[in-house]
Design a protein around this ligand. Sequence first.
Ligand code: SF4
Ligand code: SF4
Length: 114
Amino acid sequence: MGRIQKMMLTGECNQCGACCFTRSGAVCENLEILTREGLPNATRCRVYSERYDGLPIRMIAKDGRILKGYYCAKNSPAEVSVIIEMGIKKGVCSLTRVDDADRAGAEQLKRKTT
Ligand code: SF4
Ligand code: SF4
């Protein structure tokens, strides 16, 4: 798990909201959906400036059920892994993994020298 803690992201969030959903499609009750999840500026967090790692949140399941026992993971290693899983791997997140960026940089350098 040490690897997850060391992973870092870079870039600016486009507020697509993908990382505020669970894999089963439940969504944080604080997420206001303006257009469609996954599109840039599609969502807004109603508690964005006050949110913190460990903030208790309720999730709303696809069938409308309220799910308890969830927490906002702001700026935590858990948040990084959710962003990778729900945003980057799905191709909707505007952030980049720093280790990926390093690899891209190294490849560019290689190309420049050949
Ligand atoms: S409280 Fe956290 S999980 Fe909920 S919408 Fe805001 S950022 Fe997303
Ligand atoms: S998936 Fe990425 S771009 Fe979308 S809201 Fe989460 S951090 Fe922002």
